[in-house]
Write a protein that binds this ligand. Structure first.
Ligand code: NAD
Length: 472
């Protein structure tokens, strides 16, 4: 099939590369000329596993890049919209990028046969109806287009395998033609034929194949996406609130999660205590769903609480660092991780960035390292010498007063913490993602602070403390 993908960001680019991988001809559009130039030249514009391989395989053949909506839309049967829907100050989703794209598409549709427009961006319930009216207002006869909602559930860090081996594909459409076209577009995934290909991207162990297809109304499809993200954010805030109680009563949140999660109705996924959720989706989608509920007069204060807990979690972590170090002014801190989560270079709404901003504000100097996000993170800070970027995790630790781990990168799990200890001025480790075993950190001689677990002091320090208590 001939497909246009409008918006070549984290979602559009991955979706386009994967649609090319399953056999379609895809033209990717973006109004960021530099991005299109870089993509056409084969440069990496986002960090995502397997994406470079797919781009190399299909670029110039089944996958093309352009800044011209005209060139992309005219030959395409399906036009996906994957532009951003950032939050407005009120918390509502800003759908103005979608509106702009629809106006541009309207100018291209007329006289070129019916097109199926598919909204992949995350949008509030009711957006499909509104898009219909935007197109009609811009002179497109209703008989000239079909509309469908096809929300995307990929996660940054595993976006390619999430797209190719999804838990479900959701199609929301009130038109049989639009639904049928999308069914055909996804057939290699829903029939499992792609998963039998020799050259397929390797299937993750815990993934489904073939993919489940859910066909519903547009408003339901739009709600499925918002409700899914809000639910996952709620799980994170729930376990963070539980972690705080664990600390207060001397329980261990990680062991608690094993106990709780063994109940198959609950499971352990997304019950990870830490410094809270971030990224370009959860924060905005929770507040967008809250705004939809409020607009329709529905009580959904639960979501206010989810947001409040998330914000407090960061503050509590900052408080812990301040408390343990006495004061922050003049402290030299090493930070591991700037991306909002491991596996991506995305720093939008990253809790790590917010914490580093607060630490800088309190007079610390920061030396930071992230395996993929340093380029993007650099743009978040004023170039005043208060933050420097190191070339490795070990370089970051050199002469620092303490080490803070703020992103759950897999490579941070296997660091040589004996070596890091020898580089630090003081063996103090704040683990904002509960990545390490407290006993092991104690054996290595660390003062170790994590979330929802007991504070650890090195054995020698404990012995000294006990003998001074005895003497007193
Ligand atoms: N990032 C994720 O993990 C993720 C996952 C699922 C769903 N989503 C949703 O998908 C949508 C896109 O998210 P993203 O992270 O890819 O955003 P992004 O900011 O990475 O990409 C959006 C792209 O659209 C381009 N664009 C904006 N206006 C345009 C126009 N008029 N014409 C052509 N291009 C235009 C921008 O230049 C940008 O490259 C959002 O609604 C988001 O909520 C994101």
């Amino acid at each position: 099939m001939n497909i246009a993908m409008i918006g070549s960001g984290y979602v559009g680019l991955v979706a386009a590369a994967c649609l090319a991988e399953i056999g379609h001809n895809v033209i990717c559009v973006d109004n960021d000329a530099r991005k299109i130039e870089a993509l056409s030249a084969g440069s990496e514009v986002i960090h995502e596993e397997f994406l470079p391989e797919l781009l190399a395989r299909h670029r110039g053949r089944r996958l093309k890049f352009t800044t011209s909506l005209h060139h992309a839309v005219r030959p395409s049967e399906i036009v996906f919209i994957a532009v951003g829907t950032p939050p407005c100050e009120s918390g509502e989703a800003d759908v103005s990028f979608i509106e702009n794209v629809c106006r541009d598409i309207a100018a291209e549709i007329n006289g070129h046969g019916p097109k199926t427009l598919v909204v992949k961006s995350t949008v509030p319930a009711g957006t499909s109806d509104w898009i219909r009216s935007v197109l009609v207002r811009n002179g497109v006869p209703a008989s000239n287009f079909e509309l469908a909602s096809n929300p995307e559930f990929l996660r940054e860090g595993s976006a390619v395998t999430d797209f190719l081996y999804p838990d479900r594909i959701v199609i929301g459409s009130s038109s049989a033609t639009g639904t049928e076209l999308l069914r055909r577009a996804y057939l290699p995934l829903t029939s499992g034929s792609y998963h039998g290909c020799v050259s397929r991207v390797p299937q993750p162990d815990d993934s489904c194949s073939p993919a489940k297809l859910i066909v519903t109304k547009p408003a339901t499809a739009e709600m499925i996406k918002h409700a899914s993200n809000a639910f996952l954010a709620m799980k994170v805030s729930f376990i963070n609130a539980v972690a705080n109680v664990c600390e207060a009563v001397g329980a261990d949140v990680e062991e608690l999660v094993q106990g709780m999660g063994s109940d198959r109705r609950i499971g352990t996924r997304f019950l990870k205590a830490g410094i809270g959720y971030g990224g370009s989706c959860f924060p905005k989608d929770v507040s967008a769903l809250r705004a939809v509920a409020e607009d329709r007069g529905c009580d959904f204060q639960l979501l206010d609480e989810v947001m409040r807990i998330n914000e407090n979690q960061r503050k509590a972590f900052l408080h812990r660092v301040r408390d343990a170090l006495g004061n922050l002014k003049g402290k030299r801190l090493a930070v591991l991780g700037l991306a909002f989560k491991g596996g991506t270079d995305d720093v939008r709404e990253s809790p790590a960035i917010a914490l580093v901003q607060s630490l800088l504000h309190e007079g610390c100097t920061i030396q930071a390292y992230d395996p993929a996000a340093m380029e993007r993170a650099r743009e978040e800070f004023a170039p005043n010498g208060k933050i420097t970027f190191a070339s490795s995790a070990y370089e970051t630790a050199r002469n620092a007063d303490a080490l803070l781990v703020l992103t759950d990168w897999e490579e941070f799990l296997t660091l040589d913490f004996a070596r890091i200890r020898s580089l630090l001025r003081q063996p103090i480790l704040f683990d904002g993602r509960n990545l390490y075993n407290p006993d092991r950190m104690q054996d290595l001689g660390y003062f170790y602070f994590s979330v929802g677990r007991r504070e650890i002091a090195p054995l020698q320090a404990k012995a000294a403390e006990a003998s001074s208590e005895d003497a007193a």
